[in-house]
Design a binder for this molecule. Sequence first.
Ligand code: ADP
Length: 621
Amino acid sequence: MSLSNRRIGIRYGLAFVSVALVALLRWALQPALADAALILFVLPIVLSGWYGGIGPALLATVLATAAGAFLFMPAGRSSSQLGYNDFARVLVFFIVGVALSIFNDVLHGTHRQLALRNAEAQRQKKAAQRSKERLARVIDSAMDAIISVDGQRRIVVFNRAAEKLFGFSSTDALGKPIDQFIIDDFGLAGSAEGDVTASGTLRISRPTRAKTRRGDVIPVEAAVSQSADGENPLWTLIVRDVSERERVQRELEEANHAKDQFLAVLSHELRTPLTPVLASVAAMQEDPTIPAEARASLRIVRRNVELEARLIDDLLDLTRVSRGKLQMVSEVVAVHDLIRSAVETACQEEAQAKRLSIVLELDAEHDEVWGDPVRLQQVIWNLLRNAVKFTSPGGRIEVRSRNVDSLLVVDFIDNGMGIDQQALPRIFNAFEQTEEAVKKRFGGLGLGLAISKGLVEAQGGRLTAHSDGLGKGSRFTLEMILAEAGVGAKRQKASARRESAPAPLNILLVEDHEDTARIMSKLLRSFEHRVTWVANFATAVEAVEADHFDLLISDLGLPDGNGRDLMRQAKKKNSILGIALSGYGMESDVRASMEAGFAEHLTKPVNIVQLQEAIRRVTGN
Ligand code: ADP
């Protein structure tokens, strides 16, 4: 017998048994109960209904009615004697029994439903409790500090990471205002209501500062979100300690600064000895008594020293370009002039040696652009030098200019070795050379194009490269923004001046490096200037007191003082002009010189052309 069958058996069995028991009881109490023949039979009906449901209750009703009617009607009356009254009583009993059974069943059903509902509610409550505990565990195991605050800015959640970060236990922190922990205002609760989105969450993430129990203030980053806890707003902050990240960043910056500093010092040390070499060679080249063979050697010496100086410059420039720290002037520059002079000065010798023909087709109607003339010249030189370098003997180089809208577009075209398609996108990267073979054959550091691109972009222009492949030549295109037409007049006046000889000046030269000083004096005198040379700060101050000078050309690092202090003192005395000479060419160095009153800052090694141009610029000659 299956379990449910047994249960059915018991339920119905109870109906039989209970009716039988009541019948027995009724029988035993017969004399006392007399007329109340049926009343006791209500009991088995209720009992069966309560225990077994409507089926057993109805069975009990039938059995009880039968038993009551036939066994226990008032004594002395046999069944055949049942009168109308008795029949009515039996019928009423039966109806009451059925009603009781139904009522019992309904009551039972309702009760069961209620119990079920209750159990479901209990289950849900437990599940919610478990989920709450799970959430609390997750919050507690989070790496970031999680803090929730209510509408009154009081802390209602404070996880373990928050305890660690702030040094307070959650029991200490709960109920405290958030402002004790987070210093900067977050626009929490209320003030930022306008930002709350439709979904009721607002997210802001910002750097701020946290205060720990020990009183330390640490940088943190906090993400804030808003939700609702029933009717009340709830703000949750996820706070992350960023002091470690900031420390690393600071160290990186310091390391970067140290590297720049190192490069500056290095280039200073590398340049200084080059100045007298260059100056001596220049002077010797001017000397008519020097024989022709020696002259050829001098040319080689000079070219290589200049190359050396340029490599040093490149290294320094690269750090400036990559850090966006280029100092540029922005003025109207006539690019055609720059191209012509670059062709003459930058690559004439090598081009001749390689029998290259250089063709200029400068057809652009407007060639005046906004830019820094020195930096633009550097770019043009670099492009021309590359063209000469990477074109085989007998080859051809063309420089063409045209105007496109408000741009001046200059193409540098050669029919040289060309650039592999795959290498093309990389050639503007620092230290990038197309092939190992290129490095070996042509030398160089692979910095020129990286610097040029940086310089052009810093002037608002663009530099691009094109090649159909190896052996198919290259085309570099320089695009610069045209200056307004009217500004050209100023430049023409300036370049007209350039042609005339500079007026003689009374110059005070302060330089402790004897070779450099001697050569510079000699060259300056050859331009008719009167030069007084002193080697230190103290003598220079005396000289300034004693005489009137038009121009002070001073080294910055003097054995007993600083050229900038000298400039400041000299300026106090009279309206002297100044050119600073220094091995340090960092932006900060240049700026410091300008602040001291120098009009120009030249980085060593200084060649005479540069110096002459600087003198022209300073004196307006
Ligand atoms: P460097 O000339 O010192 O190697 P650049 O940055 O000026 O450095 O040039 C990077 C590389 O681009 C060169 O090594 C060369 O491979 C390639 N390149 C530059 N100009 C040309 C050109 N006109 N023709 C062919 N290749 C060129």
